[in-house]
Design a binder for this molecule. Sequence first.
Ligand code: SAM
Length: 259
Amino acid sequence: MRKHPPDKPEPSPFAAALLAQAGGVATVLALAFALAQATQLGFWQFPLVPALTQGVAAALIALWQRAPRWWLPIHLGFAPLAVTVYGLDIAPGWFLAAFVLTLLIFWRTDQSRVPLYLSNRRTANALVALLPATPVTLIDLGCGLGGLLRQWAKARPDCRFVGIEHAPLPCLIAQLRTRGMANVTVRHGDFWPEPLGGYDFVYAFLSPAPMPRLWHKACAEMAPGATLVSNSFAVPDIEPASVVEVTDRRATRLYLYRV
Ligand SMILES: C[S@@+](CC[C@H](N)C(=O)[O-])C[C@H]1O[C@@H](n2cnc3c(N)ncnc32)[C@H](O)[C@@H]1O
């Protein structure tokens, strides 16, 4: 298997998903044509039938593409759901509004491969317990709604906390929630160009996809002795300096790497 360069983003799965859907449509069109030739059967009379056929074909193509398993129900259900919802006669503006809202919350998850989910209070406390008694600087890569920054900043007013978030709505919420906190800065943007040399702790709660690239960046930029803390997602093939087990319901693990 071709290895992906560790300093580049993982390719977006969007193109493959589009290809599977297009393959499903092509299959349905070919079937409709063949059936019309052979039997004069009205394939389009019951729109759910071609929609389901398209879904099955798209899911099979995704299987052939070796897409992660969770793509299969999405491919299977997309066209049938679209046909069903179309039948409900909902004004198109609602779909546009839902699309814009989703975009504002999740931004380009197809590229980052990191959706929005939040670290919990116990995890925030576990991280505070790791900080030394002397003042340090910490960055939350993809700070979401800023809840962690708020909690850390209250617990350690002597430390400086920075968050970077590229999704517009979560970033705005994080900025509003931390306004007036002198030791917190929340910036809107992409964290990949952010130099990590000035931080004692780099916190990331991302997904498995960007971890090799993050490790590459950390090794290139972080100061000796600085710590990379990854919530839940280990860096493949790299032994962490230690692992902190948080006593929360999802049994969170914090992977600590010394660069
Ligand atoms: C799993 S959430 C974690 C939120 C927060 N750090 C926490 O632990 O509660 C990951 C966040 O990273 C953001 N994100 C992903 N890639 C990003 C990037 N390249 N630049 C800035 N933010 C990014 C996502 O929008 C999402 O809000």
